[in-house]
Design a protein around this ligand. Structure first.
Ligand SMILES: Nc1ncnc2c1ncn2[C@@H]1O[C@H](COP(=O)(O)OP(=O)(O)O)[C@@H](O)[C@H]1O
Ligand SMILES: CC(=O)N[C@@H](CCC(=O)OP(=O)(O)O)C(=O)O
Length: 257
């Protein structure tokens, strides 16, 4: 699952209790988290302005230091503590540890700097942690063969991890109840959308900003082992188990056929 920075602080204790119960009943959850708002706060404290190009943070070495200390440091550990606080077992790491997330510069690196796209994920590290009974909690930082680190959008990193570990499902936990659209003058949450619907919704401007990397990551990963991606609000009670039980909640992104 992907836990968005927009919602991390607002996740209720029941979210982590639900996660523990899932782990106890044999599910093997894997978390990739964001933390964009906290990174921007920490940069602002240092007098560094945040700039984004198409949703990607313009990342210099100086910015990357703050990205790493925020994501792999405080946010990663806060999630681990909350899981442990509810009686679950978690082990936090960044994509740099054990070369877990291998990356290369994105195509528009001239504009955005040290932003990476995923070239590989060492799935055996994830499955190894799961087999020890821990929930892996992964910060979206990648590394290349030369040891250069990259800032990776957390939705993109989560989609890649889901594909490489052959996960059947990805749950995207965010601060809205799903993909919203205006239908017959009313704003509603779309119960399910296909890849073609998504292209149309981006084209019409109904999907914008932070929702774009989510749906793009979803479209990439549902080509492989992941058969559906569900976007949900983390504040919804027992959201994870309800989605896994097949309840119609949030927006399901499904293959076209
Ligand atoms: N069609 C849409 N439906 C719902 N939210 C949307 C839509 N288009 C854009 N958004 C925006 O996407 C945001 C979620 O993305 P983001 O803030 O990056 O969250 P996260 O930190 O969870 O990744 C919502 O708060 C909303 O402002
Ligand atoms: C390249 C890039 O933009 N990386 C993101 C990584 C964190 C993230 O994606 O966090 P959310 O999921 O909370 O948005 C950033 O620096 O903000």
């Amino acid at each position: 699952m992907k836990c968005g920075g927009s919602t991390l602080a607002a996740l209720p204790d029941s979210f982590f209790e639900d996660l523990r119960e899932l782990q106890e009943t044999g599910f093997q959850p894997v978390i990739v988290h964001g933390g964009g708002p906290a990174i921007s706060d920490n940069l602002a404290k240092l007098g560094i302005e945040s700039r984004f190009v198409n949703g990607l943070r313009v990342t210099t070495e100086e910015v990357l230091d703050v990205v790493e200390m925020t994501l792999a440091g405080s946010i990663n550990k806060a999630i681990v503590r909350r899981i442990q606080g509810s009686g679950g077992q978690a082990l936090g790491l960044s994509g740099e540890d054990g070369n877990l997330i291998l990356a290369r510069p994105v195509a528009n690196s001239a504009e955005v700097g040290l932003v990476g796209e995923v070239t590989g994920v060492k799935a055996e590290i994830v499955t190894g942690i799961l087999s020890m009974g821990y929930i892996p909690v992964i910060a979206p930082i990648g590394v290349d063969a030369e040891g250069q680190r990259y800032n990776i959008n957390a939705d993109t990193a989560a989609g890649a991890v889901a594909s490489y570990v052959n996960s059947p499902k990805m749950i995207v936990v965010t601060d809205v109840p799903g993909i919203m659209s205006t239908v017959e003058g009313k704003k509603i949450v779309l119960p399910s959308v296909t890849v073609q619907d998504i292209e149309d919704l981006i084209e019409s401007g109904e999907i914008y900003g932070g929702m774009i990397p989510k749906v793009r990551a979803a479209m990439d990963c549902i080509q492989g082992s992941v058969s559906e991606v569900v976007i949900v609000d983390g504040k919804e009670p027992r959201v994870l188990s309800r989605v896994l039980q097949g309840e119609e909640l949030g927006t399901r992104i499904i293959r076209s056929n």
